[in-house]
Design a protein. Structure first.
Length: 157
């Protein structure tokens, strides 16, 4: 089979197209967050902390689907960068609460703007209507995944 025929066959397979498109968007996303010396999973944790500040570390593990050993490493990095801090829960000294720092709040705003700019560039071949349709269709597929059903994040980082 010649390479053009193989490429044509593959281009008709939605799984292949999603995989290759996902790899491209992921590479761009990694590049954007690398500007803040973090990886995509760090960004997920940072967004989760920002959304529910003062959440216990174990609750954060469950919310983002990351085991406690990996979460410690992720939080260590974010804390070393000054984006978050751990504080003891005044009601239960055994628990640590995760809170944003002022630097973290500023950085997450800047990162979000950079990610939005990346998304605008990446999805610019689509009209606004097509982008909305893509989001609806991808959301429909996503809710059927183990991750969406609360079985953890399987994202490669």
């Amino acid at each position: 089979m010649n390479p053009d025929t193989a490429r044509t066959r593959l281009s008709r397979r939605p799984g292949f197209l999603l995989s290759r498109t996902g790899a491209a968007v992921q590479a761009g996303f990694k590049e954007v967050v690398a500007g803040w010396d973090i990886r995509p999973l760090h960004f997920l944790v940072l967004v989760s902390v920002h959304a529910a500040e003062g959440r216990p570390q174990q609750e954060l593990c469950r919310a983002v689907g990351v085991d406690s050993g990996n979460m410690v490493e992720l939080l260590d990095r974010l804390e070393a960068l000054g984006y978050i801090k751990r504080v003891r829960d005044s009601k239960d000294r055994r628990r640590q609460l995760i809170v944003m720092t002022s630097t973290g709040r500023s950085v997450i705003s800047d990162m979000s703007q950079a990610i939005e700019a990346h998304d605008r560039r990446f999805f610019s071949p689509l009209t606004n209507t097509e982008q909305a349709q893509l989001v609806r269709l991808l959301s429909k597929l996503y809710v059927a995944t183990p991750e969406a059903r609360g079985q953890g994040f399987a994202a490669a980082d």
